[in-house]
Design a protein. Structure first.
Length: 186
């Protein structure tokens, strides 16, 4: 009897996990505006075109001032530096969201983030998202200005930026892998 009681929670967790793995992702829900568009990536030789890069403006009071989506052409060979970004969730610095930023020779910079895709009105909990399979996930590509404004004004969080100290060729490989992975989601 004790074995059954010990196995019951494991079976329940296993069943929830299996259900989550077998449930297909959906793109036709009433998503929040910032998660409403999946970026589309196409490869053209060694370059990539990313459609639906978020390029929003945020007012100092935290409201969204302008919603704009752009198309960016990204050539990994022009990458100058990749960065690791850390955005602690509020006062609890032990829990943080991580992202990658990429700056290029022409002065453009983009941020890639894996986000919990939320529907309008859906509450978010970092702890629940880490433990329970309650959200679908998506890649979000933004301009650098958008992400910094989103963190500082909209979310009210501080953002920490660390240059990757790996060879530039490895940084280009990270960028290429992120773009290719984004392109696989439909």
């Amino acid at each position: 009897m004790k074995r059954v009681l010990l196995l019951l929670p494991l079976l329940l967790i296993g069943g929830l996990y299996l259900n989550w793995q077998l449930t297909p992702a959906s793109h036709d829900r009433d998503w929040r505006d910032d998660y409403s568009r999946l970026p589309k990536v196409t490869k053209q030789g060694s370059r990539f075109r990313v459609v639906d890069i978020r390029n929003w403006d945020y007012a100092a009071d935290g409201t969204i001032a302008r919603q704009d989506w752009i198309t960016g052409d990204i050539d990994p060979d022009t990458l100058e530096q990749a960065y690791f970004l850390l955005e602690p969730f509020g006062a609890v610095e032990a829990i943080a969201h991580t992202m990658l930023a990429f700056s290029f020779a022409d002065g453009t910079a983009y941020v890639a983030s894996i986000e919990a895709r939320r529907e309008k009105g859906e509450a978010y909990s970092a702890a629940k998202a880490a433990v329970l399979p309650i959200f679908e996930y998506m890649f979000v590509w933004t301009t650098e200005r958008d992400m910094y404004g989103n963190s500082e004004f909209y979310a009210g969080d501080q953002l920490y930026l660390y240059p990757l100290s790996i060879p530039l060729e490895q940084q280009k490989a990270v960028l290429t892998a992120m773009l290719e992975e984004t392109g696989e989601i439909e």
